[in-house]
Design a protein around this ligand. Sequence first.
Ligand SMILES: C[S@@+](CC[C@H](N)C(=O)[O-])C[C@H]1O[C@@H](n2cnc3c(N)ncnc32)[C@H](O)[C@@H]1O
Length: 214
Amino acid sequence: MKTSDGSKHTGLSNLSRKSIDVAKYYDDWASDYDKSLADWRYDAPDKIASIVRANLTQESRILDAGCGTGLCGKALVTSGFTSIDGIDVSQRSLEVARGTNAYENLRAIDMQALPLPISDDQYDGLACVGVLTYLTDSVGTLREFSRVVKPGGIVAITQRNDLFAERGFPDILSELVNEGVIARVHTSEPLSYLPENEEFTDQILVRYIDYTVV
Ligand SMILES: C[S@@+](CC[C@H](N)C(=O)[O-])C[C@H]1O[C@@H](n2cnc3c(N)ncnc32)[C@H](O)[C@@H]1O
């Protein structure tokens, strides 16, 4: 399995962060993204959906930020959620996501362009899975996530372990706690991410982070 789609998706661990490049990359991949990720034994959407479910009732309104083809939306539906919106920069991924019927609303939004075009306190929960790699303004992005989620709601995100350190996530999370923007931060140990992808294997791991919006 390690070489499945390898020739087509080499360099995945070090893609351009420019939104126009990212959108093209994921547009070109959209039709067989789900198969690649299944081959690589990607289970982050299921894990994030479990974290969201452990913290919120099934009636909660959830934003899947960087929804891609809808893997996290499907996992949230399996967990019992029925009110899910998705945003992503890749139009073709959004088309695939639309076909899952997991989402109420899907919008093309470039999350590198802050502030997000979303009103304050719209959601009870926000899930962001496999996306923060591409979002270079970490503190700005996390502030925006807290703005669009109601006080008492939760944010559940993944961040690659190497970028967690490189981008100063421990300090950013502490800063937001000290400012009274977020509370009850839980950060997992580094866990397996794409175990059957030859660039990731057990070399690039992921952290699961969740917190309450104040
Ligand atoms: C690894 S995929 C993850 C998709 C989905 N969350 C999942 O778990 O399968 C990364 C997603 O982030 C989206 N993305 C990257 N940069 C973005 C940006 N600036 N604005 C919105 N979406 C972005 C990509 O288009 C892609 O769908």
